[in-house]
Design a protein around this ligand. Structure first.
Ligand SMILES: Nc1ncnc2c1ncn2[C@@H]1O[C@H](COP(=O)(O)OP(=O)(O)OP(=O)(O)O)[C@@H](O)[C@H]1O
Ligand SMILES: [Mg+2]
Length: 112
């Protein structure tokens, strides 16, 4: 299993959620975050205005996925969240040791 964490532009969240749902992803966690990439936030636009601070609002989306799904998840996120402009975000993929569904005690891929 992998933990796929994606930092995306906030206005792309609904489309990304829909795309993930379409390929069968059954759960995601979303957090409002702030960050900067290599332009350090300075030259990015947010809601039409140039942001003067270093940190820009982003959304972090996390999904625990079984290995065979990882490429599809990455493809779904990149195709939907890509505007071609700076600040589109990044996807981080990390190994995931274990998942436990609290209600049933199921573990591993049965629990994702
Ligand atoms: N190396 C990193 N580690 C952790 N978070 C990062 C990293 N790079 C980017 N981020 C997060 O992703 C967000 C978007 O990054 P961004 O897309 O601007 O990356 P970039 O490398 O500057 O690419 P681009 O040139 O396309 O803008 C940042 O605001 C930050 O929250
Ligand atoms: Mg950037």
């Amino acid at each position: 299993m992998k933990l796929v964490s994606a930092i995306i532009k906030p206005f792309k969240l609904d489309d990304v959620r829909e795309a993930l749902s379409e390929i069968g992803i059954q759960g995601i966690t979303v957090t409002e975050v702030k960050g900067f990439g290599r332009q350090k936030g300075h030259t990015e636009l947010y809601r039409g205005a140039e942001y003067v601070v270093d940190f820009l609002p982003k959304v972090k989306l996390e999904a625990a996925v079984d290995d065979p799904m990882v490429d599809q998840v990455i493809e779904a996120i990149t195709s939907v969240a890509n505007t071609g402009k700076i600040g589109d975000g990044k996807i981080f993929v990390s190994p995931l040791e274990q998942v436990i569904r609290i209600r049933t005690g199921e573990t591993g891929k049965d629990a994702v």
